[in-house]
Design a binder for this molecule. Structure first.
Ligand code: NIG
Ligand code: FE
Length: 411
């Protein structure tokens, strides 16, 4: 049966022959069809047009009543499989401790690792499933999820198996990233290279052996993994077929961007610290710079220089970083609002950053991220709005009326 969407006020993000991503000044542009219709068949977008549509008698018809239709969000960076919340740490932060100081006291990622160790796989799945369903209702149609709260082989594999189960049991498109190199466990604090060795020699082969991850991540930043350690890990990942998507330059000019580009990373993420060397490295490759303004917002840190990247002719993707420590929200409408208010991105730039460029940042641009015949019908129907810019502008109030995933209207 076909699903026909009629009376669409504006169909946003129409691309007959999409480029893999949108960069520089082109990010200001989105293709729009006014007064449109769209036909979905067998999970996919079949065709669209403008004006009156004449459905077949057995078509299911959704009257959009002037609402806008756009591609569902592609959230290319999350840590949404976790075992317990960390709101207590926020109190330490209010009392003046920095993110790094909290981490040094056994809070932060190590706190999540202790909670992870004490949580069984089935319980972890039960805790994570509602988060996936929550982001789906908030308009996310594809999500990347990382491990990284295990920090030992067994618990890292446990997290990745939960991600695999979420992939099998929910309608979202999910990509999985192995992040064993997220933090150094206490037992290795005086011998960090030994932990790197464990990641390289034991964890990566185990993850690849069970085909549990698409990507490999390293937290390459001041106080965490050095460039040399990151290099070793990415090299081992590459040998095992894992493409990098790394955390870099959140806390300093870490060299993470350069090492990521060297290994042809799909994306380098955070990027609060960007200078001319970083821009040159990004310009030399096809790695997607991905910004996570939710983490800057929640931690009270500086925002990444989005304008500098776009003005250098580069693309930008935005993602939520949904995690219990630095960004406990997967709400992409709010991420868009931070994009316009804090990153000084234009609404159309933000649109491209959460659709096409987000899709590229998680390697799903071939079948998601734009309104294109043959692509998967993962769509958002908004309430009637004066223009797309109203969506990021009206922060805290959702403009989403319905979400369609794999061609099915979600309840
Ligand atoms: O992306 N920066 C490193 N990792 C996460 C934080 C994870 C946590 O605090 O639990 C991030 O912000
Ligand atoms: Fe992150």
């Amino acid at each position: 049966m076909r699903l026909v969407l009629k009376n669409i006020g504006k169909l946003l993000g129409v691309e007959n022959e999409p480029t893999p991503f949108v960069a520089g000044a082109r990010m200001e542009h989105i293709n729009v069809i006014d007064d449109a219709w769209l036909v979905i068949e067998q999970e996919k977008i079949v065709c669209y047009g403008t004006g009156e549509v004449l459905p077949f008698t057995d078509d299911e018809v959704l009257d959009c009543k002037g609402g806008m239709v756009m591609p569902a969000f592609c959230d290319s960076h999350t840590h949404l499989v976790y075992a317990g919340s960390r709101e207590r740490e926020y109190e330490d932060k209010i009392r003046g401790l920095s993110y790094e100081e909290i981490a040094k006291r056994g809070g932060g990622i190590l706190n999540s690792a202790s909670l992870m160790a004490a949580t069984e796989e089935s319980q972890l799945f039960d805790l994570s499933l509602p988060r996936v369903m929550e982001i789906l209702k908030s308009g996310t149609g594809a999500v990347e999820i990382k491990s990284g709260y295990g920090l030992n082989t067994g618990d890292e594999l446990k997290m990745l198996r939960v991600i695999k189960r979420l992939r099998e049991e929910t309608p979202l498109t999910i990509r999985s990233t192995f992040l064993g190199a997220h933090a150094f466990p206490d037992a290795y604090k005086n011998n960090r290279d030994q932990y790197v060795q464990l990641v390289v020699e034991e964890m990566i082969p185990a993850v690849a052996g069970e085909q549990l991850a698409d990507y490999i991540d390293v937290f390459c930043d001041r106080g965490f993994f050095s460039v040399e350690q990151t290099d070793r890990i990415l090299e081992a990942g590459q040998k095992n077929g894992l493409i990098p998507k790394i955390h870099a330059n959140e806390l300093d000019y870490s060299g993470g961007i350069q090492v990521g580009v060297k290994y042809e990373a799909q994306s380098v993420d955070h990027l609060e610290y960007i200078g001319s060397n970083e821009l040159d490295a990004l310009k030399s490759g096809n790695t997607m710079p991905t910004l996570l303004p939710g983490a800057s917002f929640f931690l009270g840190l500086d925002y990444a220089p989005a304008r500098k990247l776009i003005e250098a002719g580069l693309p930008v993707a935005l993602a939520s970083d949904y995690n219990p420590g630095s960004s406990p929200s997967g709400n992409m409408e709010f991420v868009m609002s931070l994009g316009i208010t804090q990153l000084k991105m234009l609404p159309n730039e933000v649109f491209n950053a959460v659709t096409q460029n987000g899709a590229y940042a998680m390697g799903v641009e071939g079948f998601l991220g734009s309104i294109t015949p043959g692509k998967l019908a993962n769509l958002i129907l908004t309430v009637p709005m004066p223009g797309f810019g109203f969506m990021p502008y009206s922060y805290g109030t959702s403009q989403i009326q319905k979400v369609i995933i794999n061609g099915e209207i979600q309840s």
